[in-house]
Design a protein around this ligand. Structure first.
Ligand code: FE2
Length: 299
C-alpha cells in the first residue's frame, strides 16, 4: 500500500510501501505522478535501485536523455549516468562536479527536461550528518506569489537558454576540468527559447521557467532591461522561503520534477569522502501531451 508523507516544507514527500524493482500495483504510478507535481521532490527510502531497474522505472515518465560525449555511464547503459568522486586505479568512475551551481536540467534543450531519478549508493557523512546534500527551490510557489502586474508583464515573454553559458561558468568559477565546448558540441546545442511563464502539465499551475544556470536573457528587451528583469526574477526564486534541502541516505531513490524547480548539489565534501549516485534524466517529450498525462494519472 503506497504511503505518501509530505515533509510539510515547501517541497518534498517520502513515499513508502512500494518496491520500485517490481511492476507497480494499479494506481501507484498515477499517485506518484500526482505527488511529483504537488511536492516536486519525492524520496523513496531503502530502494537501492540498480541500473537496469533505475532505467526501467525512469522510462515510464518519458524518453531518457543520452548525453553525447559523456564518458561516465553504466557499462552498456548510456542512459544511466554515474555521478561520483570515487577513483579506481586513479581514474574517476563518475562525473565529480555535476550540478554544483543553481540550475534546472535541460532548459537549454528544445525538449525540456522533465524528471530526474537518482539512486544513492554512497553518501559522505561527517560528524554523523550527511554532506553533499541537494538543495531545491519551488518555482511553482514562486510564480504563484508574483504580483499581478509582474504576471501581466511576463505574459508572452520568452527567454534564451544557453548550455555554453553554464559550461563556461563551471570552467571559470568552479575550477571544473571540463574542456571548452567544441564547435560540434555548440552546433548540437544552440541557444533555445522558452516562455518565461509555463503551465505545469501535471498541476496546471504557472511555473517561472528561468534559472541561473542556463537562462541568458529575456528576449526582445534592451540588454539592461533584460538583465534587470532576469535578476529580479532569479532573486525572487532564490528567497529562503522557497528552498528545500534533501539530505541523502544510502538506498534513497530520489525523483524530482525539473519543470517546477531548480536544484544545486552542495560541494561541501572532499575527494576522500566517497559519494556515488546513479542517474537517469527523463525528457519532457510526453508529459506535455494531455492524453499521456490523463492515462498516466489513471495508471
Ligand atoms: Fe542538474
Amino acid at each position: 500500500m503506497l504511503r505518501i508523507e509530505p515533509t510539510g516544507q515547501i517541497l518534498g514527500a517520502a513515499i513508502s510501501g512500494v518496491d520500485l524493482r517490481a511492476d507497480l500495483p494499479p494506481g501507484a504510478f498515477g499517485a506518484i505522478l500526482r505527488a511529483l507535481g504537488d511536492y516536486g521532490v519525492l524520496r523513496f527510502p531503502g530502494q537501492f535501485l540498480e541500473a537496469a531497474d533505475l532505467r526501467r522505472f525512469s522510462a515510464r515518465f518519458g524518453q531518457i536523455q543520452v548525453l553525447k560525449g559523456v564518458r561516465h555511464h553504466e557499462p552498456a547503459m548510456p542512459e544511466v549516468t554515474i555521478l561520483s568522486n570515487v577513483r579506481v586505479n586513479g581514474d574517476l568512475i563518475g562525473a565529480p562536479d555535476a550540478g554544483q551551481s543553481w540550475h534546472t536540467d535541460m532548459t537549454y534543450s528544445t525538449t525540456k527536461g522533465f524528471v530526474n531519478v537518482l539512486s544513492a549508493f554512497q553518501v559522505p557523512m561527517r560528524d554523523g550528518r550527511p554532506v553533499g546534500s541537494t538543495e531545491f527551490t519551488n518555482t511553482q510557489a514562486a510564480a504563484a506569489d508574483l504580483p499581478p502586474a509582474m504576471l501581466a508583464r511576463l505574459d508572452g515573454l520568452t527567454a534564451t537558454h544557453d548550455l555554453e553559458m553554464y559550461w563556461e561558468y563551471m570552467r571559470r568559477e568552479k575550477g571544473s576540468a571540463r574542456p571548452p565546448m567544441t564547435p560540434e558540441m555548440r552546433a548540437q546545442r544552440p541557444p533555445v527559447h522558452h516562455p518565461v511563464l509555463m503551465t505545469h502539465p501535471i498541476t496546471g499551475r504557472k511555473v517561472l521557467y528561468v534559472n541561473p544556470g542556463f537562462t541568458a536573457c529575456i528576449d526582445g528587451l534592451p540588454e539592461a532591461e533584460s538583465r534587470a528583469l532576469l535578476t529580479e526574477l532569479l532573486d525572487h526564486v532564490m528567497q529562503p522561503k522557497y528552498r528545500y534541502v534533501h539530505e541523502w541516505a544510502v538506498g534513497d531513490l530520489l525523483l524530482w520534477d525539473n519543470l517546477g524547480s531548480w536544484h544545486f548539489a552542495r560541494p561541501d565534501y572532499g575527494p576522500d569522502e566517497p559519494r556515488l549516485m546513479k542517474r537517469c534524466q527523463v525528457m519532457a517529450d510526453r508529459i506535455f501531451d494531455p492524453a499521456f498525462v490523463q492515462a498516466a494519472l489513471a495508471a
